[in-house]
Design a protein around this ligand. Structure first.
Ligand code: GDP
Length: 514
């Protein structure tokens, strides 16, 4: 095996999808701990304090107790490099989350044993399904009173239309919790810490509940057998039971990722998909984050490396715009510590500091003749007019709105007529984040007013004359987005349908692929 193919087969780039409160944060910390990225319990605490200090400026994050920003954490275990991409869990951030999920090769779905599949889990699962992202399921909190494991498995199978394959089994739950039985080797991890293997039958141990043998037999007979191919196609999910808080099932989960989760796959691109072992360095930007450090007006573009061996100082060209940029101080993310990277391989995420030249959706490559596809912008569902309280701050406001549009947090539209800029979001919470960040990061006091529009569509036509005719007749509803693309703003989505019928030569797109 060549060096690069070994590096590729040793990489697992994944995300955790879950409903808020299912235990994603706890599991993430435990994965990092088991992966050796955090050595002492004290360091977990220190990391928490750091994190609080760093995001102090983002007060909303604390008030709501949600994670607004997403990050990348890398850890290694037994020769495998894991890149864990954190996805914001709140439903208002589905767009950001969607983009993050375009950058992973597999996902871990965390479910609360007492609650089963919840709304947000389901939504995120659908996004994974769109891209056939394979899923390992982790049923968390089995140390507490939860629902019957059979019922949970059936719910996953029915609601998500997936084959399920239990890989472990909880021995009792809540007060009766005795541990987690690994169905592959009949080994029970016990709450006291020691674990033991049963010789032969699981009911050989008198301290275990009497019905456990029957349960295990039913569990093994009643569901699909594990099939690595079906898992990788996204048709089957192996299910692990555990407790992130009490450290059950976490090591098994890491082992499962190492054994079964796919290494980097070919990525959809034009003119042709790019295989990871293609020697040319290519990647795409799935996230841009401004002001990660409040003392520096830096901006980090997160690039997923899709092929080639990246080396520090390498020149990469953004497809479609701009000159080659030399990447002198790329950042790799080792469990929250930013480290300067000398080398990176397909599946790795590189942070590229820049001053606004890189955008979400950009392809970067050594020779600018490839473009990754499939990172959409979504039509906003809420439009608001931005009202500036101090008119001398126009320039700062424009910069702030452009920055945040670039990050993909909000979209900004500059109407053809009038000077009231309009921002668009997919969820209410983003509005609060916007106002709070305008104030904290840009010292701009602004309010939001109702806009005369409710939705927006990107418009295009084969013949530019058709587009111009339409734009001239609908001047009052026309705007440009951050990149200068023409946008039609409508009072209601019903209006969009009505206008689209009248102008059949104009296309009205609810997403814009970048
Ligand atoms: P997130 O919102 O998905 O990131 O969830 P958190 O990791 O913050 O967990 C939500 C709550 O559930 C916290 O109070 C955790 O301590 C608790 N929790 C997480 N995992 C477990 C578990 O395995 N068992 C129990 N009993 N509680 C857990």
């Amino acid at each position: 095996m060549t060096q690069i193919s070994a590096k590729i087969s040793d990489r697992r780039t994944f995300a955790i999808i879950s409903h808020p409160d299912a235990g994603k944060t706890t599991l993430t910390e435990k994965l990092l701990y088991f992966g050796g990225a955090i050595h002492l319990a004290g360091e977990v605490k220190a990391r928490g304090q750091n994190r609080r200090a760093r995001s102090d400026w983002m007060k909303i994050e604390q008030q709501r107790g949600i994670s607004v920003t997403s990050s990348v954490m890398t850890f290694e275990r037994e020769g495998i490099t894991f890149n864990l991409l954190d996805t914001p869990g709140h439903e208002d951030f589905s767009e950001d989350t969607y983009r993050t999920l375009t950058a992973v090769d597999s996902a871990v779905m965390v479910i609360d044993a007492a609650r089963g599949i919840e709304a947000q889990t389901r939504k995120l699962f659908e996004v994974c399904r769109l891209r056939s992202v394979p899923i390992i399921t982790f049923v968390n909190k089995v140390d507490r009173e939860g629902r019957d494991p059979f019922e949970l498995l059936d719910e996953i199978a029915d609601m998500l239309a997936l084959d399920v394959c239990p890989m472990s089994w909880p021995v009792g739950m809540g007060g009766q919790f005795e541990g987690v039985l690994n169905l592959a080797d009949n080994n029970v991890a016990r709450p006291e810490g020691d674990s033991r293997t049963f010789q032969g039958k699981v009911d050989a141990d008198p301290t275990l509940p009497g019905n456990i043998a029957d349960e295990v037999e039913l569990a093994q007979g009643g569901y699909a057998e594990f099939d690595a191919e079906a898992y990788r196609n996204g048709d089957l999910t192996p299910v692990y039971f555990g407790s992130a808080l009490k450290d059950f099932g976490v090591a098994e989960l890491i082992a499962a990722l190492a054994a079964y989760a796919p290494p980097p796959r070919p990525q959809p691109a034009e003119p042709a998909p790019v295989a990871p072992d293609n020697p040319e360095v290519t990647g795409f930007i799935f996230k841009v984050q401004a002001n990660m450090d409040p003392n520096h007006r830096d901006r980090i573009a997160f690039m997923r490396l899709c092929s080639g061996t990246f080396k520090r100082g390498m020149k990469l060209t953004p497809t479609g715009h701009g000159k080659p940029i030399a990447v002198h101080s790329p950042i790799l993310f080792f469990a929250q510590n930013r480290e300067v990277a000398d080398e990176a391989f397909p599946g790795d995420i590189i942070g590229i500091p820049n001053h606004g030249t890189l955008r979400v959706g950009d392809t970067l490559s050594e020779r600018a003749d490839v473009r990754f596809t499939g990172l959409p912008n979504f039509a906003p569902e809420i439009l608001r007019r931005v009202a500036l309280k101090d008119p001398t701050k126009t320039k700062q406001l424009r910069k702030a709105l452009d920055d945040m549009a670039e990050e993909g947090v909000t979209q900004v539209f500059y109407p053809e007529i009038g000077s009231n800029w309009i921002i668009g979001v997919v969820g209410q919470l983003q509005l609060e984040v916007l106002i709070s960040r305008l104030d904290a990061e840009y010292k701009v006091a602004a309010g939001l007013e109702m806009a005369p529009f409710e939705t927006a569509r990107w418009i295009s036509a084969d013949d530019p004359a058709d587009l111009k005719t339409f734009a001239d007749l609908n001047r009052a509803a026309m705007a440009k987005d951050r990149d200068g693309n023409p946008v039609y703003m409508a009072k209601t989505s019903w209006d969009v349908g009505y206008v689209a019928d009248r102008y059949p030569k104009v296309r009205f797109a609810a997403t814009r692929e970048r």
